[in-house]
Design a protein around this ligand. Sequence first.
Ligand code: URA
Length: 434
Amino acid sequence: MQMVEMIRKKRDGREHTPEELAWLVQGITGGRLPDYQVAAWCMAVYFQGMSPREARSLTLEMAASGEQLDLSALPQPVIDKHSSGGVGDKTSLVLAPLIAAAGVPVCKMSGRGLGHTGGTIDKLESIPGFQVELSREKFIRQAQAIGVALTAQSEELCPADKILYALRDATGTVESIPLIAASIMSKKLAGGAGGFVLDVKVGNGAFMKDLEEAKTLAQLMVAIGKGAGKKTVAVLTNMDQPLGRAAGNALEVREAIAFLRGEAAPDLLEVTLALGAQMLKLAGAVAGMEEGREKLNGLLYSGRGLEVFAKWVAAQGGDPRVVERPEMLPGAPVVRPVLSPGGGFVARMATDLLGRVVANLGAGRKEKEDIIDPVVGLVFHKKPGESVAPGEPLAEVHARTEEQAAEAGRAVLQAIKVTPEPSFPQPLIYGYIV
Ligand code: URA
């Protein structure tokens, strides 16, 4: 086969065979294909798209390009959750212990990633002593013993995706729905779970700004998951506001602990229960969504979820006393309120801008090698629909320096719009793709 033929075929809108896509992925992983040709092929895919059959073949080949985890020693099926990413999304931190408390094992590899904050792994690392690099043996043994284990994504997982993503990032071809779907689902499939709940975020703080586009991505990912023989469901959730009240690594762990103590922000609770109920349903632990929500509520308000969280922290080398004393988490040297100049109701939050503020404070990575600052971020005192008096805090900035806090405060005021009249609340869950 010739790479130039592959490029011509896609350029002209024709469909690749599974054998061609296998050849392509093996060539990428083996370093046999020049970057410029692979990049040209990505651009052809960007314009011509892919059939669901092609997207599935590409995904399966990418999943098989490196290590594939074997979770067969655990009670089946293990259900994994994936989020397409948003500001303040700490659902994995609270769902992992709740799902484990419901008797369904959580055994998850998680990426560090680029973004406004780190990934779940970076957030957990803000707990003093918490180890995120587990050997395969410890990973499985821990999940067998306490029901939950989380480790950093290995370098050997989906090497084809690493190479392809870097080329897409450098050639303006990340925003291709079949390439996004293949990238996400290949890593999920290689992670070894038997089913997936995909949280596809939609809104001004999400990768997908438009509901129809998000639906198309969700439908394709669900089709790929099912085509690979896995139970797969997508939930379309609102990212026109940060999720919960905190964005930042240690700040989100603090909010997760408060949540598990029963002090849940209503939006975080609603999204967590919807995702968690789907996970329990896919695992066969409950018959339907209502039963799933009730079960999770019981585990939350009885403190069982918090108990499992403490065991999880201890099992991975962290100090479990952090659940009783969240002040043990590292804190920022400068904490300043952002006061509302006028009164009224919060109408709109420019979530993408708020995400950039959090990243600029140092909570996220722009480059893979960047070091994350665990202590910085934002706490939102007011969310859409809530009333605010003149001079009342809209938010709180956690920063390293006064200058950074002042700059972030000015940006927060730009990002949060207050109007005299309340506006209609947006739904938090737009729908399910099953
Ligand atoms: N997240 C991924 O893992 N891959 C993409 O292509 C986009 C978002």
